[in-house]
Design a protein around this ligand. Structure first.
Ligand SMILES: Nc1ncnc2c1ncn2[C@@H]1O[C@H](COP(=O)(O)OP(=O)(O)OP(=O)(O)O)[C@@H](O)[C@H]1O
Ligand SMILES: [Mg+2]
Length: 307
């Protein structure tokens, strides 16, 4: 079992999420099954998987926007599910999320600086004007934005990359130690993507732990120390990125990697949901019930699969 051999900031242990579905909640959908991993300070962990594999659900459970069905999530060894309301506020000082669509985080009728006003009301009500403004400016400059260029504009007057950076800046103002970044660069153009990736690299250097959620393997491999390959809610392979990408052992990881050159030959990504079905024939080798993870080389774990 992958464990706490490294000093962990966040750890998930055997986390499961079952959603109730259907009219009377009679159906069940197992979105996340038996997921165990941890994130250390100064570590970028990529959570990679196709659409519907449970990536966002894991991110939302870490941020306590969604409850775990079973298993536990610990931050600094404290169970996140047990946090009371007052403690939750402190938790969000340490752990923040940034999501795929930056536009949805802004109200179009207010200027961009409103997100900082709200943050001030909620967390920094005691801060005087001048130090507060200095703090906002510092955070914006840390993400490569010129405060005068962005604060007094409406969301539609800013690019997706600028909005995404504003959200990262807001997260940084909380002295966070863990950032959950869910597909934050999927919507950005190629050059902005590299900027935001480099920004995340800079945050890591400052000691943050980062969960970098992506369906794009090449983005994951670009910045992650550790990569986790998720399929249908289960981890099929995980370990140091160089090992997982350089020496993939699970047929599913191999199939995903084999598809990468094709994706980068100018073709579009497959539509959401297309992946699992399309590749089911070649990779349908995941054991149905709690496949145990075998450690093939130090720190490199692979789920049981048919030879
Ligand atoms: N609130 C919900 N109620 C019921 N089912 C849900 C809910 N949220 C997600 N699901 C289902 O759980 C599964 C995992 O969804 P999730 O959003 O975590 O996938 P994902 O890996 O983030 O996909 P994508 O790459 O498309 O963002 C999917 O089958 C999804 O339909
Ligand atoms: Mg998602």
């Amino acid at each position: 079992m992958p464990d706490d051999r490294k000093a962990s900031l966040l750890s998930l242990e055997r986390v499961c999420k079952v959603y109730r579905t259907g009219t009377f909640g009679a159906g069940e959908l197992c979105a996340v099954s038996d997921v165990t991993f941890s994130i250390a300070p100064n570590e970028v962990v990529a959570l990679v998987g196709e659409s519907g594999s449970g990536k966002t659900t894991i991110g939302r459970m870490i941020l306590r926007l969604e409850a775990v069905t079973s298993g536990s999530i610990r931050f600094d060894h404290t169970a996140v599910s047990a946090l009371r309301r007052s403690e939750l506020k402190d938790y969000y000082r340490s752990v923040q999320g940034v999501f795929q669509d930056p536009f949805s985080s802004f109200n179009p009728i207010f200027k961009a600086d409103r997100v900082f006003k709200i943050l001030r009301q909620e967390y920094f009500a005691e801060s005087a004007d001048a130090p507060w403004q200095a703090r906002v400016d510092d955070a914006l400059e840390a993400v490569g934005l010129n405060p005068a260029d962005v604060l007094h504009k409406y969301p539609h007057q800013l690019s997706g990359g600028q909005l995404q950076r504003l959200l990262i800046a807001r997260a940084l103002m909380m002295d966070i130690r863990l950032l959950v970044a869910d597909e934050i660069i999927s919507m950005l153009d190629a050059s902005t993507r590299i900027d935001v990736l480099n920004l995340l690299g800079g945050l890591k250097e400052r000691g943050l732990g980062i969960l970098f959620i992506t369906h794009d393997l090449s983005l994951g491999s670009y910045i992650a120390d550790t990569s986790i390959i998720l399929r249908r809610g289960r981890i099929v392979e995980m370990g140091p990125t160089d090992d997982v990408f350089g020496d993939p052992r699970h047929p599913y990881t191999k199939a995903l990697l084999a598809a990468v050159p094709r994706l980068h030959g100018g073709e579009e990504l497959p539509p959401p949901g297309a992946g699992d079905g399309a590749r089911a024939g070649e990779v349908d080798a995941v054991a149905p019930n709690s496949p145990t993870l075998e450690e093939v080389t130090p720190g490199h774990f692979v789920a049981e699969h048919a030879p």
